[in-house]
Write a protein that binds this ligand. Sequence first.
Ligand code: DAH
Length: 344
Amino acid sequence: MKVKLEEIYNSAVKELENVKSIENIEELKLKYLSRKGELNSIKKGLKDLSDEDKRIVGAYANEISQKLENAVSQKYDVLYAEELNSKLKSEKIDITLTGKSLPKGKIHPLTSTTKEIVSILQSLGFSLVADSDSPEIETEYYNFDMLNVPKDHPARDMQDTFYTNLASNVVLRSQTSGAQIHVMENQKPPIRVIAPGRVYRNENINARKNNFFHQIEGLYVDKDITLADLKGVLNEFIRIYFGSARPTRYRSSFFPFTEPSVEIDVQCAMCGGKGCRTCSNTGWLEVLGAGMVDVNVLKGAGIDPEIYSGFAFGMGVERLAMLKYAIDDIRLFYNNDRRFLEQF
Ligand code: DAH
């Protein structure tokens, strides 16, 4: 039996030498060292031996299995290291290779222009209103009634308003001016606020007009506010925003919620004032409406016009961006043409 054991051991060692993969090692373990393996089948024969032989042969059988197990596990370590190395070699990645760069998004020019205007006005002392004071879906009460635009007054037609089917008096706001009323309801003077946002009008779309656009509303109410304050603030705003002198003109105008009212035009940047399609051959683009807050508006909001006065303004964000960057058509802002957007 001892001889038999030795034979098994020798042939196992020989086979082990030729083993080339971990997979083959597993096969070899199965063949020699498992419960059904060759060594075990010898050990099963021990029961037929004398006690003395059992002891000797049993011990020898254990020694042989132990030796074989050690040899197998050594070989295993060697093969494992070899396989790992070759894997590392073949699957190596070059981390110095530059990756594919993803196209970077850009800030939309209307967003950046709004931010810029807001930050200039903040530097002039105005604070942003809460979103809840400047909703896009408004009642006629805020969009018109409290702004001194009586029912059936033709001024309601000045801004072709989109009515909703939520209720007969609910509109998509045609101007950000309603924010003035919300603020005055919630705040006592001194008030110095701005409200940026989107407005909607049923317009015939052309190079200067779209059926939605963006405004920045401003309101300043305090003691002793005059038209000189209005001019001072708005001139300073235009100077900072354009960075360089741009020909500007004040025109007297009419808004139901201001008295007196003005509009400010800036010389058309596309034609330098000569007249073109963008400015409808006038040489000027209107960028904002403004005026001294009408006494009726102050009264309606519970502010005593004997003590307080104020000015208000509403700027067109698209118009200001068009003038600064010489964009000749308002529709470019909404087409999402990357050739246009990538320039900003
Ligand atoms: N809401 C006016 C418009 O959309 C612009 C405007 C004019 C706003 C005068 C004002 C203002 O606050 O005082 O045409």
